[in-house]
Structure formats: structure tokens, C-alpha cells
Write a protein that binds this ligand. Structure first.
Ligand SMILES: [Zn+2]
Length: 180
């Protein structure tokens, strides 16, 4: 039994080299508000309602990052019921998640995402979204996957859904010591 306890203790001390994170989000389309996806304003007659500016992709990325470091989720950190987040720029949420990733001793390796929405077409905006996320996350554009599909047979034609997976890579804590 003591042998097993020791193994568990060692496991706690050993930081995994990599961590995976997964996030999911959805918002309903509403008339008369701007559409923001991945920090980019996309021309459309409707936007995404609900939490903050409704940026479904930034929310899913935020949750994926928080999940990767076993942190609280976006709704716990920034409750939708709190009026201070009404209409808020979702970049604030992403930055908090990135701060927690850094504090945990990790850097983002890459991310992949899939958006599911009927309209508008995301293809023409993919490059701009990738550039924006690259800048926000200080991550090379070729490490950011942006894919979009239509909700065939799902009955979610008036919503946008985002799925995101992230990979975190441990930062070498002893780099300075070993270079001496
Ligand atoms: Zn959301």
C-alpha cells in the first residue's frame, strides 16, 4: 500500500509534457447585433446573442485552455448573470485563460476548431480569423485550424456552434540553470 502511495505522490510531482484541452460553445442568432467570430466582425444581418459579445469561437477556445489546465470553466469565471460581462469583448476571457496556462507552466502548441453554422459562409473569413487568433494567442497561423460546416440534419439552423481542441506543451523550467 505504501508503495502505491509513493507512486501517486511521484505522479503529482511530475508535470505532464503535454496537456490536451477541449471546449464547446453555442449561441443563438439574433437580429440587430454585430456578428463576432474569432475576434473578427463578420458582415451579416444577425449576430450571436447571450453571454458577452457572443463570440462562440473565442468562448470555446477559452474553455479548451481552461480545461487543459483543469481550471474553472468560462461560465464560472465570468458568469453570464453578471451584468459587467454583458456585451463584453470576449478577448478578456481568452486573456485570462492564457494567463492561467502560463501560470501552470505551459505554452500553447496548436489549436484546432470546427464551427457549425448554416450562414454566413466562414470560408471567406478564415484567413482573417486565423490572423486575429494568431495575434491574440501569439501562436503561428499554421498552428491554428479553422474549419466550418453546415448543421446538416441537426436542426440548429439559427445557432452557431464551435468545437475546439488545444494542445499545451510544458515550458522547460530548468532552462536557465542548464545553460549556465
Ligand atoms: Zn459563449
Amino acid at each position: 500500500m505504501s508503495q502505491r502511495a509513493k507512486t501517486n505522490e511521484q505522479r503529482r510531482r511530475t508535470k505532464p509534457e503535454m496537456r490536451i484541452g477541449y471546449g464547446w460553445d453555442s449561441h443563438e442568432f439574433k437580429s440587430g447585433i454585430p456578428l463576432k467570430i474569432g475576434g473578427v466582425t463578420i458582415p451579416f444581418d444577425k449576430g450571436l446573442g447571450g453571454h458577452s459579445d457572443g463570440d462562440v469561437l473565442l468562448h470555446a477556445i477559452t474553455d479548451a485552455l481552461l480545461g487543459a489546465v483543469a481550471g474553472p470553466d468560462i461560465g464560472s469565471l465570468f458568469p453570464p448573470s453578471d451584468p459587467q460581462w454583458k456585451g463584453a469583448d470576449s478577448v478578456v476571457f481568452l486573456q485570462e485563460a492564457l494567463k492561467r496556462v502560463k501560470q501552470a507552466g505551459y505554452a500553447v502548441g496548436n489549436l484546432d476548431s470546427t464551427l457549425i453554422l448554416l450562414k454566413p459562409k466562414i470560408g471567406p473569413h478564415t484567413a482573417e480569423i486565423r490572423q486575429r487568433i494568431s495575434k491574440l494567442m501569439k501562436l503561428a497561423p499554421d498552428c491554428i485550424g479553422i474549419k466550418a460546416k453546415t448543421p446538416e440534419g441537426m436542426g440548429t439552423d439559427n445557432a452557431a456552434i464551435a468545437h475546439v481542441a488545444v494542445l499545451l506543451v510544458a515550458k522547460k523550467a530548468n532552462k536557465r540553470t542548464s545553460s549556465r
